[in-house]
Design a protein around this ligand. Structure first.
Ligand SMILES: [Fe+2]
Ligand SMILES: [Fe+2]
Length: 223
C-alpha cells in the first residue's frame, strides 16, 4: 500500500524536528568538561549522579501524573513501563552513591531545575502530543546524548558507574526517546498539530539549556 500523503509529511516533519533538536544541542550541554583536570571532572561526575537521583525520581513522578490524561490508547500503554524504568533508575543510582560512600538524599535541586519538573508535571493538562514532544522526544533524546558523554568521561575515573549507566540506564532511555518519536509519528497529522508539537519541543530545549548552565556553575563550586 502506498503511504498516504499525510504520513509522508509526518515522517518528514519528525525527521526535520529531530535535526533541529540536534542542531540546537550542538555544543550546548556544558555540564561536563572533557579536558578538565581529573579532580574537576570527578566533582562534575559526582554532581551528575546526585542530580540524577533527583531527575529519575521526578521523571517517575511526572509520568505517573501524565498517565491519566493520555487518552490515546497506543501511547498510554507505553507509559507504565517507562514509569517502572525511571523508578528503577532512581534506585540504581541511589544505591551506587551509597556504595561510593556518598549521601544520595542530601542533594538540594537548583530552583530552576525544580521549576522545570514542576512545569512538566503541570503540563499534564496539555495535549498528549505536546507533552511527549517536550519530555520524551526533546528531553529524553538530549538525555541520551548527555549519558553517552557521561559514560565516556566516567570510564577512566569510575568504570563501575560508567558500566551502570551503559548497561542498565541508557538502553531504557533510548526506548523512552523512541516513545516520543512514535507519539509524533502517530499524532502529528495536521500542520497545526505539527506546529504546536515543534513549539513545545523548542520550549523544553530552551528551559533545559538555561538550567544546564546553572548546574555547571554549581558543580564547579563543589555543589
Ligand atoms: Fe531514567
Ligand atoms: Fe527516561
Amino acid at each position: 500500500m502506498r503511504p498516504s500523503e499525510s504520513s509522508v509529511d509526518t515522517r518528514e516533519f519528525v525527521r526535520q524536528l529531530a535535526e533541529e533538536n540536534r542542531a540546537f544541542w550542538r555544543d550546548r550541554d556544558v555540564r561536563l568538561e572533557p579536558v578538565a583536570p581529573r579532580e574537576v571532572l570527578e566533582r562534575q561526575l559526582r554532581y551528575r549522579m546526585r542530580q540524577g537521583v533527583y531527575n529519575e525520581l521526578r521523571a517517575a513522578e511526572l509520568i505517573a501524573a501524565w498517565i491519566p490524561s493520555v487518552r490515546e490508547r497506543e501511547i498510554r500503554e507505553l507509559l507504565p513501563r517507562q514509569l517502572d524504568d525511571e523508578q528503577r533508575h532512581y534506585q540504581l543510582l541511589r544505591r551506587r552513591l551509597l556504595d561510593r560512600g556518598e549521601d544520595p538524599d542530601g542533594y538540594e535541586p537548583l530552583p530552576e531545575w525544580e521549576a522545570l519538573f514542576d512545569w512538566l508535571v503541570a503540563a499534564r493538562s496539555r495535549p498528549t502530543i505536546e507533552k511527549l514532544a517536550m519530555f520524551q522526544f526533546a528531553g529524553e533524546t538530549q538525555s541520551c546524548e548527555g549519558f553517552e558523554t557521561l559514560i565516556r568521561l566516567a570510564e577512566p575515573i569510575d568504570p563501575e558507574t560508567a558500566e551502570l549507566y551503559r548497561a542498565q540506564i541508557l538502553p531504557d532511555e533510548y526506548r523512552h526517546a523512541a516513545i516520543g518519536r512514535h507519539a509524533l509519528l502517530v499524532l502529528a497529522d495536521t500542520p497545526e498539530i505539527r506546529a504546536r508539537a515543534a513549539e513545545a519541543g523548542r520550549e523544553m530545549n530552551r528551559r533545559v539549556a538555561e538550567a544546564y548552565a546553572s548546574h555547571r556553575r554549581r558543580a564547579d563550586r563543589g555543589g
